[in-house]
Ligand binder design. Structure first.
Ligand SMILES: CC(C)(COP(=O)(O)OP(=O)(O)OC[C@H]1O[C@@H](n2cnc3c(N)ncnc32)[C@H](O)[C@@H]1OP(=O)(O)O)[C@@H](O)C(=O)NCCC(=O)NCCS
Length: 337
C-alpha cells in the first residue's frame, strides 16, 4: 500500500464521460413570443442563445440513463461492474424513491448502491468529490456520477427573469481507481453558506410548505431568484474558491490548462476568469447552446471542450461552481481520457 493523497490509499481518475441533451431546442426568439423579452437582452445579459427542453414524457432519470449508458459504453464496462451510482439533481423524478434507485434499475446495475445528491448547481462537483474519496479510500473501484436536471419542470414560463436562464440535460462521469502511478484527482474545496438560501429557491413542495391548491395558484413550485445578489455572490466566491484551491496545491492560474466552470451566466464566467488571470482561450463556455442545466453544465462543457480540441489527456483541469444554498465548490484533476 502507498499513500498518494494525504492519507488516501489510491488515486482516483475520471475514466469516461457521457452526455445527453434532449432534441427540442427553445431559442431566444421562441421566448420572445412567450414573455416580454428580446434576443438582444438575453444574449447581452447572459450569453445564452438557446437551451434544450425535455419532451413531456421524459423525466430526470430518463436523461440520466441516456448519459450513463454512453459513459459505460465508452469505458467498455457493464452496469454491474459499478459499485455505486450518485445522481446529482434538484429535479428528481419524485421525492422518493431516489432517482439513483430508478437509474440503477433501468441500467440493470444489480448489487450496486447509490443515492441522490442535492447541492443545486454544485451537485455534480460535490458528486465527483464524493466519488473520488470513495475510490481513493479503497472502498470502491468504480463510481458513476450522473448530473441530470429537468429544469423546465420547475421554471415559471411567465417569469422573464428566470425562464430565459435554464435548460434540460444530463452528463455522467465514471470515477475509478487510477493505475500505475497515474494522477487524476488532485484536490478540492467545497463550502456551503445557508444564509443565502432565500436568494435562490423553490419555496413549495417540501415539508415546510407542502403542495396545496394555494401554493400552486401562487406559483410557489417554481424557481424564485434574486438575480443580482446571486450574480455578485457567484463572481466573488467562485473566484476566491479557485484562487485558494490553486494556492493550497502550490499552483498558479498559469498551471491551469483548462478551466471548466458551471454555466450560469457568461458574464459571471468572464469576470471570474479575468480576476483569476486565466486567459479566455483556456476557459470553456458553452452556455450559448444549453443555458444553465444545473447539474449537467460541467459534464456538457467538458464534452464540448474535448470535442473542440480544448481538453486533452494530461491537461490540468479546474472545475468550479456556485449554486443555490449557497453552495460553492472547485476541484482540480489531471485529465486522463
Ligand atoms: C438574472 C440575470 C440575468 C438578470 O440580469 P441583470 O443584469 O442582473 O438584470 P436585473 O435583474 O438587474 O434587471 C434589469 C432590468 O431588466 C429587466 N429584465 C429582467 N429579465 C429580463 C428579460 N428576460 N428580458 C428583458 N428584460 C429583463 C428587469 O425587469 C429590470 O428592469 P427595470 O430596470 O425596469 O426594473 C442576472 O442577475 C444573473 O444572471 N444572475 C445570476 C443568476 C444565476 O447565476 N443563477 C443561477 C446560479 S447557479
Amino acid at each position: 500500500m502507498f499513500c498518494l493523497l494525504g492519507g488516501s490509499l489510491f488515486n482516483a481518475k475520471i475514466s469516461a464521460l457521457g452526455c445527453y441533451a434532449p432534441p427540442r431546442v427553445l431559442t431566444n426568439f421562441d421566448l420572445e413570443k412567450m414573455v416580454d423579452t428580446s434576443n438582444e437582452w438575453i444574449l447581452e445579459r447572459t450569453g445564452i442563445c438557446e437551451r434544450h427542453i425535455a419532451a413531456p414524457e421524459m423525466a430526470t432519470s430518463d436523461m440520466a440513463v441516456e448519459a450513463a449508458r454512453i459513459a459505460l459504453e465508452r469505458r467498455g464496462i457493464e452496469a454491474t461492474d459499478l459499485n455505486a451510482i450518485i445522481v446529482c439533481t434538484v429535479t428528481p423524478d419524485m421525492l422518493f424513491p431516489s432517482t439513483a434507485c430508478l437509474v440503477q434499475d433501468r441500467l440493470g446495475a444489480k448489487g450496486v448502491w447509490g443515492f441522490d445528491l442535492v447541492a443545486a448547481c454544485c451537485s455534480f462537483l460535490y458528486g465527483l468529490t464524493t466519488a473520488a474519496h470513495l475510490v481513493s479510500a479503497g472502498a470502491h473501484d468504480k463510481v458513476l456520477v450522473v448530473g441530470s436536471d429537468t429544469m423546465s419542470r420547475i421554471i415559471d414560463y411567465t417569469d422573464r427573469s428566470t425562464c430565459i436562464l435554464f435548460g434540460d440535460g444530463a452528463g455522467a462521469m465514471l470515477v475509478e481507481r487510477a493505475e500505475n502511478g497515474e494522477q487524476g484527482f488532485i484536490g478540492f474545496m467545497n463550502e456551503v453558506d445557508g444564509s443565502g438560501g432565500d436568494c435562490l429557491k423553490m419555496p413549495a413542495g417540501g415539508s415546510r410548505m407542502p403542495a396545496t391548491c394555494e401554493t400552486v395558484e401562487n406559483r410557489l413550485h417554481y424557481v424564485k431568484q434574486e438575480g443580482q445578489q446571486v450574480f455578485k455572490y457567484a463572481v466573488r466566491k467562485m473566484y476566491e474558491m479557485c484562487r485558494d484551491l490553486l494556492a493550497k496545491h502550490g499552483l498558479t492560474p498559469d498551471d491551469v490548462s483548462v478551466m471548466i466552470p458551471h454555466q450560469a451566466n457568461r458574464r459571471i464566467i468572464s469576470a471570474v476568469a479575468e480576476r483569476l488571470g486565466v486567459p479566455c482561450d483556456r476557459v470553456v463556455i458553452n452556455i450559448h447552446r444549453y443555458g444553465n442545466t444545473t447539474s449537467a453544465t460541467i459534464p456538457l462543457a467538458t464534452r464540448d471542450a474535448i470535442e473542440g480540441g480544448k481538453l486533452k489527456k494530461g491537461d490540468l483541469v479546474l472545475f468550479a461552481a456556485v449554486g443555490a444554498g449557497y453552495t460553492v465548490g472547485a476541484s482540480l484533476w489531471r485529465w486522463n481520457i
